[in-house]
Design a protein around this ligand. Structure first.
Ligand code: DAH
Length: 358
């Protein structure tokens, strides 16, 4: 008994004089750990006579509990003291300048998509959407693209793995399948634009495997090429913010339009700057035409009653032309320096054309 109370006194002293959390923990382990002093004493209970055990057992347990309590209290005290010391040392300097806030910018592709939506909304068009993963029917067959057309071959189209050949899905190679989806689901008159992502297995300075297009479709009674020309002229002048544009419709071929054309707009170089609208050079900007009667019929609409025009245009290229970027690949590399340079500042007020030129 004498021994135990001496031991208790000594141990309590040791706990009291531990001056760091580490020292306290080391002490705790040396006393209460698996091989600790008190643990060792508790183990001796097994070899005692029942009388001895009756006397020593409660005393040893008491000792153990006293030390556990003392360690807990000391630990709390040391932690509080540590916090106080840190609070005293670490002061807030209210005179420091605020940290710069980095704000994201609107990607030129998003900016151009917003501009297109706004321009075509003014012309009475609605926005339509379709899935990026398409089936052969919407991406090819309904658009009158025959089975053997090169656009269907592996080198152009990304196919998704599928066992059944006929059910094979594709990453849409153009936004034209949205025309099909719209004509199947809506009754004419139809006036839509469909901006979105498109995919082809292609990569160089002017091609990326993922790129953006905007599709346009107008379907009504008595629609003719004059409407197509007027609409595209209004679009080009509004988009490039010019009063007049020299335009040329060059005969072309698309399976889903008849007749088909490509639209070139006049341009010239003024030193290093490309001026759009006037000049003796030509820039090809989109494909268009009168919707092929077979395509209209494929969607369950009578082509003798309704006609229309359609166009498809690369959005990334429009952005490059308007805002002066030269390498398409940079659009999708997420380089912050590029994004800060070419990105647009976001406005807080909600607006369709979301950005401001910086
Ligand atoms: N889908 C064509 C392409 O990706 C572009 C196109 C041409 C769309 C003529 C049209 C169109 O709607 O009428 O090359």
């Amino acid at each position: 008994m004498e021994q135990i109370s001496d031991l208790q006194k000594n141990l309590l002293n040791d706990v009291e004089s531990a001056d760091t959390l580490e020292a306290l923990e080391a002490l705790r382990i040396s006393v209460l750990g698996k091989k600790g002093q008190i643990t060792g004493l508790l183990k001796t209970l097994g070899s005692m006579t029942p009388e001895q055990r009756k006397e020593s057992g409660p005393l040893l347990n008491q000792l153990k509990n006293r030390i556990i309590d003392a360690v807990t209290v000391k630990k709390d005290t040391l932690e509080k003291a540590g916090l106080d010391a840190r609070l005293k040392k670490e002061r807030v300097d209210a005179t420091l300048p605020v940290r710069p806030q980095t704000q994201g910018t609107i990607h030129p592709v998003s900016q151009v998509m917003d501009e297109l939506a706004e321009i075509f909304a003014d012309l009475g068009f609605a926005i339509a959407e379709g899935p990026d993963i398409e089936n052969n029917f919407h991406n090819f067959t309904a658009l009158n693209i025959p089975e053997e057309h090169p656009a269907r071959q592996m080198h152009d189209t990304f196919y998704l793995a599928e066992k059944e050949e006929s059910a094979r899905k594709v990453l849409r190679t153009h936004t034209s399948p949205v025309q099909i989806r719209t004509m199947i689901n809506q009754k004419p008159p139809i006036r839509i634009v469909a901006p979105g992502r498109t995919y082809r297995s292609d990569s160089d300075a002017t091609h990326t495997p993922m790129f953006h297009q905007v599709e346009g479709l107008v379907l009504d009674r008595d629609i003719h090429m004059g409407h197509l020309k007027g609409c595209l002229e209004a679009f080009v002048t509004a988009f490039f913010e010019i009063d007049h544009v020299k335009m040329r419709f060059r005969p072309s071929y698309f399976p889903f339009t008849e007749p088909s054309a490509e639209l070139d707009i006049g341009c010239h170089f003024d030193g290093d700057t490309l001026r759009i609208g006037e000049g003796d050079d030509w820039l090809e900007i989109l494909g268009c035409g009168m919707v092929h009667p077979k395509v209209i019929a494929n969607c369950g609409i009578d082509p003798d009653e309704y006609q229309g025009f359609a166009f498809g245009c690369g959005i990334d290229r429009l952005a490059m032309l308007k805002y002066g970027m030269t390498d398409l690949r940079a659009f999708f590399e997420s380089d912050l320096r590029w994004l800060r340079h070419y990105g647009f500042a976001a406005l807080d007020i909600p607006t369709l054309a979301g950005g401001l030129s910086r």
